[in-house]
Design a protein around this ligand. Sequence first.
Ligand code: HEC
Length: 147
Amino acid sequence: MRIKKTLVVALCIAFAANFSHASAQVKKKAIVKKTVAAAPAKVIPPPPFATAQEIEDGKALIAKLDCLACHKIDTKLVGPAYTAVAEKYPQDQNSVDMLSQKVINGGSGVWGPVPMAPHPAITLADVNKIVKYILTLNSKSLPVNSK
Ligand code: HEC
């Protein structure tokens, strides 16, 4: 009798232990499933086009220079709206290089006959940041790596 009782108790303990182990495993599986399911929603960032810091610097620089005398963010003034510039060129290094040269050397004929004055006093590094900032003003695509 006593042996039987002990056996039953032992079996119960074994069952309970097994059960809790199994439920822990189920929980674990559920967590794994959750992480796997969340993965596809994660946005894979494009190759770094600009850092948030560069964009912030560009925005600060543009405010200190004469750019806004001829350009507005979203309306044409003497020069094209920056949103129009951003929509015309892809967000890549080629655009940054080409437009930076344009700002430094001046240019005309892309947006109309009025030329843009050259800006030889600004460093290439600063112009790069300014152009990166301008290219994030594209309303069709979200700013890359910007806040
Ligand atoms: C005197 C007026 C004037 C000032 C100041 C000026 N711009 Fe411009 N900008 C223009 C005009 C006009 C154009 C159009 C030129 C063209 O059609 O090629 C232009 C074009 C541009 C473009 C587009 C170039 C292209 O090829 O599509 C960028 C980018 C630009 N400006 C940035 C700047 C920045 C940055 C500054 C300040 C450092 C600045 N501009 C200052 C008049 C100005």
